[in-house]
Design a protein around this ligand. Structure first.
Ligand code: URA
Length: 437
């Protein structure tokens, strides 16, 4: 009997386990354009609702990997380490940790993505630098990483084309939120991108796709197992995304903040995470010494400007205008609206998801496939969780090109409501929740 998409969708809708052949059929045929989006979306939704077991997720990853070419990084000397985040709000960690690790000698051949749902994408952020190009031939990519240790580009069109189509479809069909789909999406790309070692940032909290630590552990274990089965050492770090990382959300604003961190300043949470991730990258690359020594070395690379120099070198090699960067002349929005607190207290919670959605709404992310984004807009927090607040104190500033006063007021009210105050002081918790080897 011939296999049909309707049978596969029905089987998953009823909670059955799909065979390896059924999964391969779906991925191959969809990548070739032989299955319409509506059938693919129906199956994705059935997977979101019914789940998929470990064997199905492995098969899905493998089928997606086989939909395109794999990059051969053997010509780059040394151990290549990749870093990937499951997504967050204000998450500019790659922009700091990757140049820092590269400045310490790690070879970082990084393929990044665009924004997904309410989360921002490293490529969109980098493209706020005039002239920066994220499209590069594999040959040039390999040469750059071999020569100076770092390149950050977009996925080449023949690298996991199945994910390129599925990622865009999931973004607009409410089917991002699924552990097996996220695991297969990320790991198929990481395996195809060719690095020897993989460091994963699995974000947890109201600004992440994984809302609870238990879900994040499940996703992390699954991805580590996929990496191990493929012969790539994979480490996952669970990090807190119950508030934005740093203070800036939005493309240009995040580049500015990442530059401050690369130059030894910037927000403390971003600096700490960057030092931690770069240290893990050193370990994976076999370049680590004693922990305290690594830490001192990495701190010096930030404080003495070498990490920033590495970033600027990469930007310049990829066509970006570093003069604009150094003069702080990235695109900025026309209006800067301060949002004032109405009451006193301590910040107990920040609705990070709503702040992420607000930046999309301002034009900093996409609502439909391929939409042009506005790099100048975003949010700049003044206060974060546990900070004390007085009435009329500025909580954050909204950078917008919206000129209508009524709409501006609405934005201010939505932003204010994202802050939940407690009458008592609030205890700070750690940004790093667990490490899964
Ligand atoms: N990042 C990815 O690359 N894929 C997902 O599905 C989610 C986050």
């Amino acid at each position: 009997m011939t296999m049909t998409m309707v049978d596969i969708i029905n089987a998953k809708r009823e909670g059955q386990t799909l065979s390896r052949a059924e999964i391969a059929y779906f991925v191959e045929q969809y990548a070739e354009g032989l299955i319409p989006d509506y059938q693919a979306a129906a199956l994705l939704m059935a997977i979101c609702c019914r789940g998929a077991d470990e064997r199905e997720t492995f098969d899905l990853t493998e089928a997606m990997l086989k939909s395109g070419k794999e990059l051969d990084l053997q010509r780059i000397a040394g151990i290549k380490v990749d870093k990937h985040s499951t997504g967050g709000v204000g998450d500019k960690l790659t922009l700091v940790a990757a140049p820092l690790a590269a400045a310490a000698g790690v070879k970082v051949a990084k393929m990044s993505g665009r924004g997904l749902g309410h989360t921002g994408g490293t490529l969109d952020k980098l493209e706020s630098i005039p002239g920066f190009h994220s499209v590069m031939e594999p040959e040039a990519f390999i040469r750059q990483v071999d020569r100076m240790g770092l390149a950050i580009i977009g996925q080449t069109h023949d690298l996991v084309p199945a994910d390129q189509k599925l990622y865009a479809l999931r973004d607009v069909t409410g089917t991002v939120q699924s552990i097996p789909l996220i695991a297969a999406s990320i790991m198929s790309k990481k395996l195809a991108a060719g690095s020897n070692k993989i460091l994963l940032d699995v974000t947890v909290g109201n600004g992440a796709f994984m809302k609870t630590e238990a879900e994040a552990v499940e996703l992390a274990r699954l991805m580590v197992a996929i990496g191990k089965t493929a012969g790539r050492e994979t480490v996952a770090v669970l990090t807190d995304m119950s508030e934005p990382l740093g203070y800036a959300i939005g493309n240009s604003l995040e580049i500015e903040e990442a530059m401050a961190a690369l130059n030894g300043g910037g927000p403390q949470d971003l600096r700490e995470l960057a030092l931690f991730f770069a240290a893990e990258m050193l370990k994976l690359a076999g370049l680590s010494q004693a922990e305290a020594q690594d830490r001192r070395r990495l701190e010096e690379l930030l404080d003495h400007g070498q990490a920033l120099a590495k970033f600027l070198e990469m930007v310049s090699l990829q066509g970006g205008n570093t003069r604009v960067l150094l003069r702080h002349q990235l695109p900025r929005a026309k209006f800067h609206l301060p949002v004032l607190a109405k009451a006193a207290g301590w910040i107990q919670e920040i609705d990070t998801l709503s702040l992420g959605k607000m930046v999309v709404e301002l034009g900093g992310g996409r609502k439909v496939i391929g939409e042009k984004i506005d790099h100048s807009v975003g949010l700049l927090l003044e206060r974060k969780k546990t900070d004390p607040i007085e009435p009329n104190q500025v909580l954050l500033t909204i950078d917008t090109n919206e000129s209508e006063p009524e709409k501006q007021l609405l934005l201010e009210e939505t932003a204010r409501q994202a802050f939940v105050l407690s009458p008592q002081p609030v205890r700070r918790s750690s940004s790093i929740l667990q490490i899964i080897h």
